[in-house]
Design a binder for this molecule. Structure first.
Ligand code: SF4
Length: 723
């Protein structure tokens, strides 16, 4: 049986509270150390004020060289979230019709018995694949997030093909570079030009700005921001470039055209490090700035200015984000943008190169947590993003297998964040589907469940975190007790395993600390206790490895301008049984713009991007007062001329729609977006919208080629005054 973390651990740091931003000193305030668990590449190292078993203000760790003392406002005021009056504190069992909102409290024993009984019943009726454990990145802690996989392997439940975030970006990167790593992101501070492409860093990973602005202050570096609207990050740029959604590949090609045309390509680097520079140059001959401008909306002069800046600045650091890959051609867009760094050869220089994610460097062995030894390769995988189609019986999405009739959901809120929301909700309302949601708040998904279990937050359990946007492994030990009867994810997995008869299988019966002892030991990082003293480990590879000085990650060591779209391994590639995804046959031979996107048409003259709000994080923080106050209400940003042509004024109710549904927001007239493009910031709770349906009513679940993904910024819509 698992042993649960005992008394609170408080690391009595040498840091004095008084040293933190000059605030008042209280002798009985301790500083506990942790890591931000949320789905954000910054994975900040945290110093947490703790007094009398409660947290106070949360600070960025000053002595962590990436966090550098800076965190976002929403996590700084985490006490708002952890002590929120709406936190779930007891297990609940549905007491009325599905979604009606009638609940009765239950004991943990009774609630877990009910879940186990439903899972066994589903298995008996349709086979083990009728049960679909479903989780995502509400916590990024490896123990609490990923233990659910061990249960599904042990029980041969349907597999979970996680597609909602990284697949297009990682695939596009891997096609070119062959390994998922890059230059030390702290090198941004040593760059003479930082290009922040497709990520609103001010909103979604604040530390990028810390290092980029340091480069500007200390070296006079230029900051370029490329995005689909003039967002908070672009407002800090020296050169801001607004592209139309899904056209970044065209912009990248035109930049490379100018680099070749004006003698700014590093031909010696190209010969030594890339697969087909002559073929690329010939291909790009027709990809002129004029050609690109007609597609992406960026004026020719801006394209040429960007090319001359990056081509004339050896230490150019391309910080490539996820946002611009959330299109049906997203993998191709990432590959095209990444290719620019190979044409300029900026990889050779400190402060130069391209960075997207360091997720390939950490080497933490998750096989015990995830139960790899228990996996049966014959079991089907189901696409996370296509949950609506799966729950409504789409035979293709079910891969010819049985219906899903039972689910356990941890760390995610698909009734709000998944595309094709009407299908998702219709599926959850099926009478023959049993759903258990383990959550911190009564989310849109929890509202549709049969059993709701209260979950801990990160400061209430032990775990470990990896910084995809940097190079630290950071421990997050339990600092305070959970309120009410909230329990960690691992507790639920262990208790269900016991009831389902698999608790004796490898990996079960361990506490979180025992899992961490095993994992840290395998990585040569000691034990939970010794690592607690260290707080984190910096595992950035050396300069040569990080900059691919000895060759890129493909067998021939060359960067690939000609991707092998069907065969290059991607970290998120589905198992062979899933095959290649989306319209992969149309992916380009060389970097290019490919019109796989949902193009505007006569009925849908606008294209919608659903960009992140500054103080929400996906569907998290949508309940905290500070975030709600800042974000106001769901709004649609649209160009003044588009607003005028539609007879819309600031604040008007506006309806946007397509063949998937309609949503009402309020108009925000805004000249920082191209005509024909509209932006809805933030994934507001469905209930925040007039009709109780959220923005993802409009987004589609078509797989992004070639290995899946959700195209959240690739949606054609009509826009009109709401009736
Ligand atoms: S949400 Fe991102 S920026 Fe904010 S504290 Fe967490 S990791 Fe840092």
């Amino acid at each position: 049986m698992a042993k649960w973390a005992g008394s609170n651990w408080l690391y009595s740091s040498a840091l004095k509270f008084a040293s933190l931003n000059g605030m008042n000193t209280h002798a009985d305030i301790h500083i506990g150390h942790s890591a931000c668990p949320h789905d954000c590449p910054s994975t900040c190292a945290l110093d947490v004020e703790v007094k009398d078993g409660r947290i106070g203000r949360v600070h960025g760790a000053r002595d962590n060289s990436y966090t550098a003392g800076v965190i976002c406002a929403k996590v700084a005021r985490y006490a708002e979230r952890i002590y929120h009056p709406d936190r779930l504190l007891k297990p609940l069992v549905r007491a009325g019709a599905k979604g009606e909102g009638a609940w009765k409290e239950a004991s943990w024993e009774a609630a877990l018995d009910r879940v186990a009984e439903a899972f066994l019943k589903a298995e008996q009726a349709h086979g083990s694949e009728a049960v679909w454990p479903y989780q995502y990145a509400g916590t990024m802690g490896l123990v609490q997030r990923d233990s659910i996989h061990r249960l599904r392997h042990a029980k041969r439940y349907s597999g979970f093909f996680g597609t909602i975030c990284t697949n297009p970006a990682w695939t596009g990167w891997m096609m070119g570079a062959g390994k998922l790593r890059g230059p030390d992101p702290r090198e941004m501070a040593k760059a003479d030009c930082v290009v922040i492409w497709g990520t609103n860093a001010v909103a979604t990973q604040v530390n990028v700005m810390t290092h980029a602005i340091r480069a500007r202050k200390e070296r006079g570096a230029r900051i370029v921001v490329i995005d689909v609207y003039d967002n908070a990050t672009m407002k800090q740029a020296d050169l801001g470039i607004v592209v139309k959604p899904g056209t970044d590949g065209a912009l990248a090609c035109a930049v490379m055209h100018v680099l070749f045309r004006e003698g700014l390509a590093d031909r010696a680097y190209l010969e030594r490090y890339t697969d087909d520079p002559q073929g690329l140059e010939a291909h790009l001959f027709t990809r002129t700035p004029e050609w690109a401008s007609a597609i992406c909306g960026v004026p020719v002069a801006e394209i040429e200015a960007l090319a001359r800046l990056v081509g004339g600045t050896r230490r150019t650091f391309f910080r490539l984000g996820y946002g611009f890959t959330r299109n049906r051609n997203g993998a191709a867009n990432m590959h095209a943008a990444l290719s620019i760094a190979a044409v300029t050869g900026c990889w050779q220089y400190e402060g130069g190169g391209a960075f997207h994610s360091n997720s390939g460097i950490f080497g933490l062995d998750k096989s015990l947590i995830e139960g790899h030894a228990l996996a049966d390769p014959a079991i089907r995988f189901l696409d996370q993003s296509q949950i609506g189609r799966i729950l409504t019986g789409d035979a293709g999405a079910l891969h010819g297998g049985p219906p899903v009739t039972a689910m356990l959901i941890q760390n995610t809120n698909p009734a709000n964040v998944a595309p094709e929301q009407r299908l998702v909700k219709r599926g959850f309302l099926r009478d023959d589907l049993f759903t258990c949601v383990h959550e911190q708040f009564m989310t849109d998904t929890a509202k549709l469940a049969d059993v709701v279990l209260p979950a801990t937050m990160f400061l209430e359990h032990d775990d470990i975190y990896r910084g995809g946007g940097h190079q630290h492994i950071i421990l997050g030990p339990k600092l305070v007790d959970a309120p009410g009867e909230a329990r960690p994810n691992l507790f639920v997995i262990e208790e269900l395993a016991r009831r389902l008869g698999v608790a004796d299988r490898p990996g079960f019966g361990l506490s979180a600390r025992e899992h961490l002892d095993w994992m840290l030991g395998r990585r040569g990082l000691g034990t939970f206790d010794s690592f607690r003293e260290e707080r984190w480990a910096d595992v950035q590879p050396d300069f040569e490895t990080s900059h691919f000085i000895h060759g890129f990650g493909h067998p021939d060591g060359r960067f690939r301008f000609r991707p092998d779209w069907q065969n290059t391994p991607s970290p998120d590639r589905p198992p062979e049984s899933m095959g290649t995804q989306g319209d992969y046959a149309r992916l380009p031979v060389f970097p290019d713009h490919v019109e796989l996107i949902e193009l505007a048409d006569a009925q849908h003259p606008f294209r919608l991007a659903t960009s992140p709000a500054r103080t929400f994080l996906n569907s998290s923080f949508t309940e905290t007062p500070g975030s709600l106050k800042r974000e106001g209400r769901p709004e649609l940003m649209l160009h003044p001329e588009d607003a005028a042509s539609l007879g819309l004024a600031e604040g008007d109710r506006v309806e946007i729609g397509n063949h998937r549904g309609e949503v009402v927001l309020h108009a925000k007239v805004f000249d920082g977006v191209r005509r024909g493009v509209v932006i809805a910031e933030g994934i507001w709770p469905n209930s925040a919208h007039e009709r109780g349906e959220g923005i993802n009513v409009l987004t589609g679940a078509d797989a992004v080629a070639p290995y899946g993904g959700a195209a959240f910024h690739d949606t054609k819509v009509w826009v009109k005054a709401a009736g």
